[in-house]
Design a protein around this ligand. Structure first.
Ligand SMILES: [Zn+2]
Length: 205
């Protein structure tokens, strides 16, 4: 059963909620709306970030909302927005693939030219097709890498090996989504303990 949520109210419905699996590993980021739906169906418990106690729907929905905390307004009350939920015993969420965007790709490549390893300013990082488009190369996670302007123009429409360039690593689709869905700095502090170091948002470029 869904929650009777008031349309048009300013709410945290589309804010992010981190989904942990049974081993408390981050597997997904969903919206507060979906997290509350899963909570009402009994598929997840909300993890109280302070006490690290999993709370079921009854306990969570009756909680008072702290001043300034994110919340969702229903016709009868305010419900605190869950920041972290835990999947139940028998539930699994498929790990969806990161959206293929320039930003996602640059993040996957650590904002580093995949040929020479430099980290130029963002505006000077290009997306290079390893197998050039002119030779049938696809626009995909496996065929696109971050490249500095210098390496990209040196390469031109040729395969890297033809111009003495080598990839630092084989490009692959990232398997883990959360960090790709959100801009750095927008992660709730409560997520930090559950995110591996490499996946934490960096404050620099
Ligand atoms: Zn380069």
């Amino acid at each position: 059963m869904g929650l009777p949520i008031e349309p048009g109210e300013p709410t945290a419905l589309l804010d992010p909620t981190l989904v942990l699996n049974r081993s408390w590993c981050a597997v997904h980021v969903t919206t507060v709306r979906r997290a509350l739906g899963m909570l009402c169906r009994g598929s997840v418990a909300v993890l109280d970030p302070e006490s690290l106690t999993p709370l079921g729907a009854d306990a969570w929905l009756d909680r008072p909302v702290a001043d300034g905390a994110r919340a969702v307004r229903t016709p009868s009350r305010l419900i605190p927005a869950p920041e972290i939920v835990l999947l139940g015993r028998y539930d699994r969420l498929p790990v969806s693939q990161a959206p293929f965007t320039r930003l996602s790709l640059l993040r996957r490549d650590d904002h580093r030219c995949q040929y020479c390893g430099t980290r130029p300013p963002h505006a000077q990082l290009t997306i290079d097709h390893v197998v050039p488009k002119a030779r049938g190369g696809r626009t995909s996670w496996e065929n696109c890498v971050a490249a500095c302007v210098r390496c990209n123009s040196r390469k031109g429409d040729r395969p890297p090996s033809h111009v003495g360039l080598r990839l630092l690593r084989t490009p692959r689709a990232p398997r883990w989504t959360p960090c790709f869905q959100l801009m750095p700095g927008t992660w709730p502090e409560s997520w930090r303990p559950f995110l591996p170091d490499a996946r934490r948002p960096s404050t620099g470029t």
